[in-house]
Ligand binder design. Structure first.
Ligand code: BG6
Length: 486
């Protein structure tokens, strides 16, 4: 653990990720008393900024309640912990100067050797050079620990991901690396292991004898405006499926780990990933958004930074098959799209109907786990219609967090939770190298097909709609039964 006397260096400090996620997360931890006062934070980037310039840049993104004295004080103290270091990423002298700066900070606070947490909020093109320079010039030796946090994309496909592993592995051991997938820091995703394995009523029915189909859905109301150029070579599958949704899937379907250890959990995740069958190109539906019905929102192709006639995919639905005793025969549909009618991420587990006897074929039970917005879990159940009637109708056992838990339960932002894990040296919620490898093995052939000369033209769907026209049929074909309420 290195919660005391740690220097956190945020690389890419002047960029969007650092400004919108990393610094706000660090501040959230500080505000909630989860970051020691002895911590020092150094922003590292190429831009010409002063310490004060960095503070001014990040302050609008730090959330606090102006009416609370403790928050205002925390903000002042936090900003005082932050300083800025300007350097190119490929120049050794910039790293030597960083090391000198850390030594000075250590000397000023009477610390022999601080621990280091290096956060790479950087594009992948500079991962390796920064990791190399850090190891060479800023590695604390035996007296302190050093950890490196990296953010996706971890490669573009299996080959490039392996290349990145090969570049990093000789420098930073797996124990020293934290690969962030921020979905693993979301409250409801962290809840999957506890809910599944501490409730016998779920455990016993969590298999293909009782479950008919599973859907994991990611929807966003906004398109790629402003980042079309970046998105064009990425597409929705690399952006959120190969990582975020697949992580959710593994936690949802893996076997019980033998203990809480991070290796035990990740061993089970890898086992599950390996049981997923290669994706059949007939089991997919891909789309790209066109202009909104009223013409007010642009088509994906209207973005000047996008390649003309780009076939980039902004929507995908994929039916996966997990080939093991527990899940054989249960389709798992992953759906993800930009520029849709609502913003929502949820898991939907549909149980089998009552097959025989009384209540035969009454509506199916469905367990819905809403990851965002508004964390919730609800179970659709058949209940006798209250009063004189004798028939059943579907209703919900509803656990909506904001109704159930008062604000005294502080739910941290995903990045807060994950940085806290790093400070505690807990790897459970981070992606291991073999996990990454299997996930790319699964998606690379599909991406090659989609992006190759025989790849399909994505179906157009209007900005703000539910997705491509064929979606309802796709979901139905893969086992989900839509049951309207009475
Ligand atoms: C990122 C993707 O990883 O996740 C974005 O690159 C996406 O395209 C984002 O919008 C979604 O994260 P969240 O936490 O807002 O659901």
């Amino acid at each position: 653990r290195f919660d005391e006397n740690t220097v956190i260096v945020v690389f890419g400090a002047s960029g969007d990720l650092a400004k919108k996620k990393t610094f706000p997360a660090l501040f959230g931890l500080y505000r909630e008393g989860r970051l020691a006062g002895s911590t020092k934070i150094i922003g590292f980037a190429r831009s010409d900024l002063s310490d004060q310039g960095l503070r001014e840049r990040i302050t609008p993104f730090l959330s606090y309640d102006k009416t609370k004295q403790a928050h205002v004080k925390a903000l002042e103290e936090f900003l005082a912990l932050c300083s800025y270091h300007r350097s190119a990423y490929d120049k050794p002298d910039g790293f030597e100067a960083l090391e000198k700066k850390v030594d000075e900070l250590d000397a000023a606070s009477g610390v022999a050797q601080s621990h280091r947490l290096y956060y790479l909020a950087l594009p992948p093109s500079v991962f390796t050079v920064v990791a190399t320079n850090l190891k060479k010039y800023c590695y604390p030796g035996s007296k302190g620990h050093a950890r490196l946090i990296v953010e996706k994309p971890f490669g573009h496909d299996l080959d490039s991901s392996r290349q990145l592993q090969r570049d990093l592995a000789p420098l930073w051991s797996e124990d020293e690396l934290f690969r962030i997938d921020h979905y693993l820091g979301k409250e409801m995703v962290k809840n999957l292991i506890p809910v599944r394995f501490s409730n016998t009523c779920l455990g016993s029915s969590w298999n293909n004898r009782y479950i008919d189909s599973i859907q994991i859905t990611f929807k966003e109301t906004f398109g790629t405006e402003g980042r079309g150029g970046y998105f064009d070579s990425i597409g929705i599958i690399r952006d959120v499926m190969q990582n975020h949704l697949l992580q959710v899937l593994t936690l949802l379907l893996m076997d019980k780990p033998k203990d809480f250890g991070s290796e035990s959990i990740r061993d089970e995740k890898v086992k599950l990933l390996k049981a997923i069958e290669p994706i059949d190109v007939h089991d997919i539906l891909v789309g790209q958004y066109s202009r909104s019905a009223d013409g007010s929102k642009p088509a994906y192709l209207d973005d000047d930074t996008v390649t003309p006639n780009s076939r980039a995919i902004t929507f995908a639905a994929i039916a996966l098959k997990v080939h093991n005793d527990t899940w054989d025969g249960v389709p798992v549909i992953l759906k993800a799209g930009k520029a849709l009618d609502e913003s929502k991420v949820e898991i939907r587990i549909q149980f089998k109907p009552v097959h025989t006897g009384i209540y035969e074929n009454s509506a199916r039970n469905e367990l819905v786990i809403r990851i965002q917005p508004d964390e919730a879990m609800y179970l659709k159940m058949n209940i006798k219609v209250p009063g004189v009637a004798n028939q059943v109708s579907i209703s919900e056992l509803d656990l909506t967090y904001k109704d159930r838990y008062s604000s005294e339960f502080y739910i941290p932002q995903a990045y807060e939770s994950l940085i806290k894990d790093c400070l505690e040296d807990d790897h459970s919620n981070f992606v291991r190298d073999d996990e990454l490898d299997v996930s790319w093995k699964l998606f690379t052939p599909l991406l090659q097909y989609l992006e190759g000369p025989n790849g399909p033209q994505p179906a157009l769907y209007p900005y703000g709609s539910r997705g491509p026209d064929g979606l309802a049929d796709f979901v139905k074909k893969h086992g989900y039964v839509y049951e309207p309420r009475d």
